[in-house]
Write a protein that binds this ligand. Structure first.
Ligand code: HEC
Length: 477
């Protein structure tokens, strides 16, 4: 009797286990796809197919399982454990195992009653209707095939008064071809000159406009940030918005007319400022598969770090940014093991990270300039230096800091600028050997300043000449 009962219990037990072991689309898989994939895999979006319906997903079950296991999908570059980010787009090991088990068991549909409702998406403004909407003046044509294009569009604000911008939202016109976008504000008229009569120009790494002026960005799947009036940014009248759009061909002739929405508010109550950690003098020999670049920034006061955007071009392979606190603590800020220029993005920390004065933020990037790097734009590989072109390289981490007041943010920004100059204008530097990080037109102006400060005309920046120059920029020495 006892044996029989155990036997029956065992059968029941193994039957439930087996039933639980075969995941179904409706119960197990659809919730994962709707949450983590549908943002891009739905009709009219950037991904090459939709994953909304059972039929769409089932016929690709093996492909989906493979892409999830390789962590190729969903695209999410930062390694877990190196910075805790908001809106993390990463499947858990359990979710990947579920997808694999579903695919290996013939991708069953399951009980219709288990099916979750289709996710709702808005094609309109996600963060509310903006105060000013700037749209590309005409639609931009992208041919069916060929290379990706990086285009900067001039969007004049045409305002007769200064404003404070508290929110920026980019809205792609054609989601099949817009791969990513960066929104800049230009207060210098540089973009106007570059755009000329066409209203746009070719640009790659950024917009080629001086200053730390990135105010927004978009990649597929972006969750629009609500306006933040406490941290609004002063934008003088006559400023222009410049949007850089990365287009990729869809296989059909396409066109795009994207928009940027701006929300205005009163002056800021708190301080927010961007700063960059810049890699050293990179000069990558052809064929070198493992070229290391380092750079650092020392914080002149206590701050909170809220976001990070690492940046390199096609040779970039691995990126690590780490904070070394004065008490000896090490705080990893981000680690990307397999950098892909096509999936660059800005990452927001789940909670702001408090970093005390004298924290040293170090960047260490690795570049692969060999033929084995399938993204290498030069075949055979060539010597690569710093620059804006897709065949040049960069080593940057753009950081966003919060401070108690706008005045403190401004002072912090100036101190950081002086630090850049101290690093750039090294003692004994030859006057014509201007650091490569500085692009024209500032380059021309700085060259003039350097020649002017070379009082003894020996072609070298002597210590007293360097000090005089740094003083001009507000330095202490
Ligand atoms: C941020 C946008 C985005 C998200 C989110 C996303 N995908 Fe993709 N997916 C793409 C794009 C774009 C491609 C085309 C390949 C490329 O351009 O890299 C793609 C390609 C694929 C492919 C084809 C891979 C191959 O080897 O051909 C599969 C399978 C796939 N995605 C599955 C998924 C699954 C499953 C999820 C969710 C767990 C997901 N994707 C989430 C954008 C996305």
């Amino acid at each position: 009797m006892r044996i029989a009962a155990t036997f029956i219990a065992l059968i029941v037990f193994s039957a439930t286990v087996r039933a639980a072991e075969v995941p179904t689309f409706n119960k197990h898989i659809a919730p994962i796809l709707y949450q983590h994939c549908a943002g891009c895999h739905r009709p009219g979006e950037v991904a090459p197919f939709s994953l909304l319906t059972y039929e769409d997903a089932a016929k690709r079950a093996k492909l989906i399982a493979g892409a999830a296991e390789r962590r190729f999908m969903p695209p999410w570059k930062p390694e877990p454990g190196y910075g805790k980010f908001a809106n993390e787009r990463r499947l858990t090991d359990d979710q990947i195992a579920l997808i694999r088990a579903w695919a290996d068991n013939g991708a069953p549909e399951g009980d219709p009653n288990d099916k979750p409702p289709m996710p709702a998406f808005t094609d309109g403004w996600q963060a509310g209707k903006p105060d000013q909407i700037l749209t590309l003046p005409s639609s931009f044509a992208v041919t069916a095939g060929g290379h990706d294009q990086f285009r900067c569009f001039l969007l004049p604000m045409n305002l007769d008064h200064d404003v404070y911008v508290s929110g920026t939202e980019f809205r792609p016109g054609n989601r099949r071809i817009v791969h990513h976008a960066l929104v800049f504000v230009d207060t210098t008229g540089t973009a106007r000159r570059r755009a000329g009569n066409d209203g746009n120009y070719s640009c790659f790494g950024g917009a080629g406009v001086p200053g730390i002026n990135l105010i927004g960005g978009w990649v597929p799947g972006t969750v629009a940030q609500p306006p933040a009036p406490d941290y609004s940014r002063f934008v003088p009248k006559d400023s222009d918005i410049v949007v850089q759009i990365h287009y990729h061909a869809s296989g059909k002739p396409e066109s795009d007319q994207s928009s940027v929405g701006l929300t205005f508010s009163g002056p800021p109550k708190k301080g927010r400022t961007g700063a960059m950690v810049i890699g050293g003098r990179l000069d990558i020999p052809p064929g070198d598969p493992h070229y290391i670049v380092k750079g650092q920034l020392v914080l002149p006061r206590d701050v909170e770090l809220t976001g990070i955007s690492p940046h390199a071009h096609y040779l970039g392979k691995e990126m690590k940014v780490t904070a070394y606190l004065p008490d000896g603590t090490t705080v990893p800020l981000i680690w990307i093991k397999d950098w892909d220029f096509n999936w660059q993005g800005g990452y927001q920390y789940e909670k702001p990270i408090a970093l005390p004065k004298d924290t040293r933020i170090e960047l260490e990037y690795v570049y692969d300039n060999s033929e084995n790097n399938r993204r290498n734009p030069s075949r055979p590989p060539v010597r690569v230096k710093w620059g804006e072109q897709s065949t040049d390289e960069m080593a940057l981490a753009f950081l966003v800091f919060l401070l108690p007041t706008p005045a403190e943010a401004y002072a912090f920004g100036r101190q950081i600028t002086i630090q850049y100059f101290e690093a750039f204008l090294y003692e004994g530097m030859s006057i014509d050997d201007l650091p490569f990080e500085i692009a024209s037109p500032q380059r021309e102006r700085l060259l003039q300043a350097l020649r002017f400060f070379d009082r003894n005309g020996n072609g070298v920046l002597d210590p007293d000449e360097r000090n005089a120059l740094l003083k001009l920029f507000g330095g202490n020495n």
